[in-house]
Ligand binder design. Structure first.
Ligand code: NDP
Ligand code: TDO
Ligand code: MG
Length: 305
């Protein structure tokens, strides 16, 4: 039986992984109280106690704007902890699965980014996430780094839930229309992580299959077009929204100033993971429709607003 140490069990992806990984092995799921990734001693102690065959690390410091000022904590969790998990994985001959972000790119490329494109992060969050990737690669442990983008889900905070709340509260939304990416459902990520592991284990963890992969929903959109689709879907389920006149205005990035700079284009090409493991995620609109349906299926108290 495979023993799996999971970090960040209450995050969007961590929550979904608790279920998806259960088919693959025995999951020891931890939150930041049980395993504080800002504490190197705790990392060593917990990994040595659990003695996993597999470490799956969706935990991260994900507050993109706050990271601009809380730089040390972001670096500890995103930049340093992955290297320590990797060093412990190497000692145990365990496999490390880690998640990274489209925000490692500067966004100046117009075509989708491949794994071979040079990262050039423009914000602290992106820089610390890149440091985490590099530490894992340098460790020599067997690993997968899955770079994804614009993650949303039923569980946890995300852009979808923010839009559902704002759509109720306001008559006008102002959303940037000049940044492009691929909104990716946490459940799709968790399920494909489990499929990749299943597939890789059947190939006896062939080292040549490890490394860096882009894994996002298919297609591309802007935050503005994404917001329009979220509201369109929500109108089917929310009587208060169904007939409400709502102006969803397209604005430019400079009209919505934020501390952290985001990439203009961060669409990721998924060819490599499809070739290696036969994995391809659905179009972003299809998964979004399913997720919005599930959000409204929750008890009323769980629906934002
Ligand atoms: N969200 C997104 O849009 C994207 C995310 N990613 C990456 O995907 C992965 C999963 O993201 P997502 O699920 O959205 O993240 P969330 O923000 O939903 O969850 C992050 C989790 O990390 C945990 N965490 C934060 N600090 C610590 C700490 N010091 N020690 C232990 N755990 C900690 C949090 O736990 P607690 O609440 O207990 O603090 C939380 O459960 C991350 O690596 C992220 O960088 C990549 C692209 C897009
Ligand atoms: C709430 C809001 C946001 N926006 C803009 C700001 C920003 O450019 C864009 C997205 O805003 P958010 O702050 O929700 O998203 P952001 O925190 O930038 O999301 C990122 O999170 C990290 C963790 C990642 O790894 C990235 O892939 C990405 O998902 O939408 C508006 O234009 N109007 C609004 O009302
Ligand atoms: Mg955010």
């Amino acid at each position: 039986m495979t023993r799996i140490l999971l970090t960040g069990k209450n995050g969007q992806v961590g929550w979904e992984l608790q279920r998806s990984l259960a088919d693959f092995g025995e999951v020891v799921a931890t939150d930041s109280g049980e395993l504080d990734l800002a504490d190197p001693q705790a990392i060593r102690r917990v990994v040595r106690e659990v003695k996993p065959d597999l470490i799956v690390n969706p935990a991260a410091y994900t507050a993109v704007d706050k990271a601009e000022t809380e730089t040390d904590l972001a670096q500890a969790v995103n930049g340093d902890a992955p290297g320590m998990l990797a060093a412990e994985a190497l000692r145990l001959n365990a496999v490390l699965v880690h998640y990274s972000t489209d925000y490692v790119f500067d966004g100046s490329k117009s075509a989708p980014y491949t794994e071979a494109d040079a990262p050039n992060p423009q914000c602290v969050y992106g820089r610390t996430k890149l440091a985490g990737e590099q530490a894992i690669r340098a460790s020599g442990c067997k690993h997968l780094i899955l770079r994804t983008s614009w993650v949303y889900g039923v569980h946890g905070g995300n852009f979808v839930k923010t839009m559902l709340r704002l759509a109720r509260e306001r008559n006008e939304l102002r959303i940037v229309a000049d940044q492009f990416g691929a909104p990716t459902w946490a459940r799709d990520l968790a399920q494909s992580t489990a499929s990749v592991l299943q597939n890789w284990s059947q190939k006896d963890w062939d080292s040549s299959l490890g490394g860096l992969y882009h894994l996002t929903a298919a297609g591309r959109t802007s935050w503005h077009q994404y917001a329009e689709e979220i509201v369109r879907l929500a109108r089917q389920y929310d009587p208060a929204l169904a007939s409400k006149a709502l102006d969803i205005r397209a604005i430019a990035t400079h009209e919505y100033p934020l501390p952290a700079k985001r990439p203009v284009n961060s669409v990721l090409a998924n060819d490599r993971i499809r070739a290696a493991f036969g994995i391809a995620l659905p179009a972003w609109q299809d998964s979004l429709a399913e997720c919005v349906r599930l959000i409204y299926q929750q008890p009323v108290s769980a629906v934002p607003g």
